[in-house]
Design a protein around this ligand. Structure first.
Ligand SMILES: Nc1ncnc2c1ncn2[C@@H]1O[C@H](COP(=O)(O)OP(=O)(O)O)[C@@H](O)[C@H]1O
Ligand SMILES: CC(=O)OP(=O)(O)O
Ligand SMILES: [Mg+2]
Length: 398
């Protein structure tokens, strides 16, 4: 059975085509700059040359059409007919309190996702466009949605409630939901397997450090607490998102410089984080390069990013009364030798001891970077959200 996995963003759409018999990836790619005149489709078919196409892709339906066209293309394609695709699985960022598992898409499910547009304005409307684009382009194909929030539905009320009037939770469902759940779930399971231990016996802190950044405390195999909140803005400093700040800052700025709600949202989501402090980039590779060349703003951005991560890791060790395993994952977590070193070198209080050689070894494999004497196992586990989505889709459709 072949499953197409889609992660639709507001102006991009990433895809992977899986053969579920052996879980191999037949092709993957992305459409960027949807809605612009020069949109870019990058397609990587397994065992063939990567292709890039520039054309006008004004909406998600056109983007999906282009993806299907290239998947069945004579030269660059990997299947002979679209009928070979038996199911589509989508990433959906916000599932609110309605979903603690992946589900098959129905009218009711779509209604629920729509109700959550307000809570994830950058993500959920784009996912819905992806689902509708598949309905138009591949009618009758079963679709499954896999939620970032689902894994965190096990959090206790003491973790998910905010200390504000309870009516706000009852009436508007204002609470912590948490995100990147598929990733935290996947890497914690892989970590236990890597160590040959029972997941249920471990206290794990997982750090998903990509464009979005979140940490999760995992106890008895379940999410116990996580740094993102009602929206993916809370918690750690990110590429362009501020993370935690005094909530009083928001009304204060709105009064002082006469900003509208949408402008404040945009400032905190798109113009803050590494971008704001470095003054020119949200890309960790550039931050590190500039820092090494003596750029003081890049250094400050790096220091703040690292410091905030370290504070969260420490607080989750306290939250679980211990930490057996610390996991780094996602673009920055898997690749930044410097960030991992700086964090671990200043967590010696917990008995963490990093092995510099292991940390510096470049690899895309799961690996241990702590020394033999370290009291906490420190691992780098490459995440694979797409594989989890493909597996859930296969399970529900099969
Ligand atoms: N070698 C590297 N060193 C440091 N950071 C890296 C490296 N490779 C990728 N990154 C960073 O990873 C981030 C993107 O992470 P990723 O998990 O792909 O994000 P997302 O899935 O949220 O788009 C970028 O900030 C990028 O700079
Ligand atoms: C939820 C979230 O922050 O997702 P991403 O990291 O893909 O932006
Ligand atoms: Mg990601």
């Amino acid at each position: 059975m072949k499953v197409l996995v889609i992660n639709a963003g507001s102006s991009s759409l990433k895809y992977q085509l899986y053969n579920m018999e052996d879980e191999s990836v037949l092709a993957k790619g992305r459409v960027e700059r949807i809605g612009f005149e020069s949109s870019i489709l990058t397609h990587e078919p397994e065992g063939k040359q990567e292709v890039t196409e520039v054309s006008e892709i004004l909406d998600h339906t056109t983007a999906i059409k282009k993806v299907v066209q290239i998947l069945v293309h004579q030269e660059h394609g990997i299947i002979t007919s679209v009928d070979e695709i038996e199911a589509v699985g989508h990433r959906v960022v916000h599932g609110g309190e309605s979903f603690s598992n992946s589900v098959i898409v129905t009218q009711e499910v779509k209604q629920e996702i729509k109700k959550l547009f307000d809570l994830a304005p950058l993500h959920n409307p784009a996912h819905m466009m992806g689902i509708q684009a598949v309905e138009i382009t591949m009618p009758n194909i079963p679709q499954v949605v896999v939620f970032d929030t689902a894994f965190h539905q096990t959090m206790p009320a003491s973790s998910y409630l905010y200390p504000i009037p309870k009516a706000l939770y009852k009436k508007y469902k204002i609470r912590r939901y948490g995100f990147h759940g598929t990733s935290h779930d996947y890497v914690s399971q892989r970590a236990a397997e890597f160590l040959g231990k029972n997941l249920e016996d471990l206290k794990i802190v997982t750090c998903h450090i990509g464009n979005g950044v979140s940490c999760t405390a995992i106890k008895e195999g379940k999410s116990f607490d996580t740094s993102m909140g009602m929206t993916p803005l809370e918690g750690l400093m990110m590429g362009t998102r501020s993370g935690d700040l005094d909530p009083a800052v928001v009304p204060y700025i709105m009064g002082k410089v006469d900003l509208r709600i949408s402008e404040v949202n945009s400032m905190l989501n798109k113009h803050s984080g590494l971008m704001a402090i470095s003054g020119h980039t949200s890309d960790m590779r550039e931050i590190e390069e500039d820092m090494n060349e003596g750029d003081a703003n890049a250094k400050l951005a790096f220091d703040m990013y690292e410091y905030r991560l370290r504070k969260y890791i420490g607080s989750y060790a306290a939250a679980m009364d211990g930490m057996d395993v610390l996991v780094f994952t996602a673009g920055v977590g898997e690749n930044s030798v410097t960030l991992r070193k700086r964090i671990c070198e200043q967590l010696t209080f917990f008995g963490i001891e990093i092995d510099d050689n292991m940390n510096e070894t470049r690899s895309s494999e799961e690996r241990r970077i702590s020394s033999k004497h370290s009291k906490v196992e420190v691992l780098v586990i490459p995440t694979n959200e797409e594989l989890v989505i493909a597996r859930d889709t296969y399970k529900l459709i099969k």
